[in-house]
Design a protein. Structure first.
Length: 202
């Protein structure tokens, strides 16, 4: 069982940044929409393969949360120590994270994409996170529309409702990539994956 923890105080954020494994982890963003130029990050979820996944709310219209300005410098500092960052549909999240952080932490950072990994394993299959979690992890993940059906966008969803959903996304992204990474190596496709990653994700 993986605990899902919301970090909504400066103390809890400090404890998280002092103990989380920033060398190898997955990250996922919840945003107010799909346009990185006008929409914004509502919250960030992360998972390092351990006993807990964390959600940091920063852009909700209501609810207890820590100011973005408190989180950003801490996250920028920790990105210096990343050895492998795992994302699903990385281009989307990275566009929003660059704007959120105000700097480009990703130019020289090693990041991988579970969606791209699966595409290389089976280009004819579907590659969405919920589908992959169901097919490969045996899960029945909550769909975004079920969480957001009564709200204009994610920023209006109560933190208590979106936090477990967001944590699951980070957990599933981590788990899927670790599974696909193993298969890529077994099928001698890992070197091709690394090449495609450099060509397509930059």
């Amino acid at each position: 069982m993986v605990f899902k923890i919301t970090l909504d105080t400066e103390k809890s954020v400090d404890n998280f940044f002092n103990s989380f494994n920033f060398k190898n982890f997955s990250i996922d963003t919840e945003t107010s929409g799909l346009d990185e130029k006008k929409d914004f990050i509502v919250g960030i979820s992360v998972y390092d393969g351990g006993k807990a996944s964390f959600y940091i709310p920063v852009g909700h219209k209501r609810g207890k949360q820590v100011n973005k300005e408190y989180v950003v410098p801490k996250l920028i500092e920790k990105f210096k120590y990343v050895e492998e960052l795992i994302l699903q549909n990385s281009k989307f999240d990275i566009k929003f994270l660059k704007r959120f952080l105000g700097v480009d932490c990703f130019e020289n950072l090693n990041y991988v994409d579970s969606m791209l990994a699966h595409y290389l394993l089976d280009e004819n299959d579907r590659h969405g996170l919920k589908y992959l979690a169901s097919k490969f992890l045996g899960k029945d993940p909550t769909k975004y529309d079920d969480v957001a059906k009564n709200y204009d966008n994610a920023s209006h969803i109560p933190i208590k409702d979106i936090a477990p959903y967001a944590c699951d996304d980070a957990i599933n992204t981590w788990s899927l990539y670790k599974l696909f990474e193993k298969r890529l190596k077994e099928e001698k496709l890992y070197d091709i994956f690394k090449l495609l990653k450099c060509l397509l994700l930059r």
